[in-house]
Ligand binder design. Sequence first.
Ligand SMILES: C[S@@+](CC[C@H](N)C(=O)[O-])C[C@H]1O[C@@H](n2cnc3c(N)ncnc32)[C@H](O)[C@@H]1O
Length: 320
Amino acid sequence: MGTTQLTSQAVRAQYERHPYPGHVPLVAIPAPAEELRFDSVTPGAPPTVLVAGCGTFEPLVVARSNPRGKIVAVDLSQRSLRRLRWRVLLARVVWALLPHRLLQQLLGRGLGSITPVQGDLNDRTLFAAERFDAIVCTGVLHHCADPGAVLENLARWLKPGGALRVMVYAPTSRRTIYDVQATFRAAGVSPERFSSHRALLVACRSVLRQLPFEERRRLSVAFEGYRDIHTFSGLVDGFFHAHDVAIPLDVLVSRAAQAGLVLSHLGRRTQEAIELDAPVEQQLVRLIGIDARQHLPVNPVLVFRRAEALAQAPALRRAA
Ligand SMILES: C[S@@+](CC[C@H](N)C(=O)[O-])C[C@H]1O[C@@H](n2cnc3c(N)ncnc32)[C@H](O)[C@@H]1O
């Protein structure tokens, strides 16, 4: 078995045990997010959107943001998809019971359709070429053994002119988190040995308490400030991941370009974090600079457009 398959297997095992996110209640109707609203490449048609590495909740947000949308939600983890199916069912029941439902439907603010699919983003045969108007891939590429190969697949599944919205870890700004991970590894803390979130959290804090003062302060601030430590799945996701390798942003953009994906703009919060209103190339330079100083306060979001002719991309020509 190759590295890619072994990684997928280990990552899948983690999310079968700990579906993510864990902090959202089972009954939840999220608000629409403007950034996740997509148009179809074909004028007038409903948008087809792939949520790649969807977890248990994100497709609901995408469906709320695209009430006419046809959303396909793919994940390695069957258990995550089962939880997603429950959420969708319960959200539809609650939606149906809303007294102002008719009004909301008239205003076109319902819930797009969601089709869950179990699969691996490394499998290029998972979807037909040029099937989707947009793809959302949040917090997934850094968990893949070969992010470039996954980007090639995403580009292949996008229609020409379609949008790919990617969130990845800030590579340098996350360094302290990687230091915390290494500290837990060296101390032999492993989530499999703990049956409850509480017990794992206590063990983590106890390891940090034993560090010399300066190191304890540096790592504890990063650990306690990490929002996800408050659930079992979030704690495992942040600090005990089966494969967590941040991708340098210049490498990400150049691998995307090889796959035929052109950087279009940065996500709203990312744009706010760099405080620069300029052509996207300059924004990228600023983004990389801020991250290099470990000062990026957000996980960057980058939006790409698929070039018209994918055949231009050398990596894809090889694969075809
Ligand atoms: C950190 S979670 C993010 C979930 C969701 N995107 C969100 O932001 O809430 C990563 C998800 O990606 C999935 N994943 C990781 N690698 C994958 C792959 N190669 N193919 C399909 N899904 C994958 C995991 O199973 C997990 O549910």
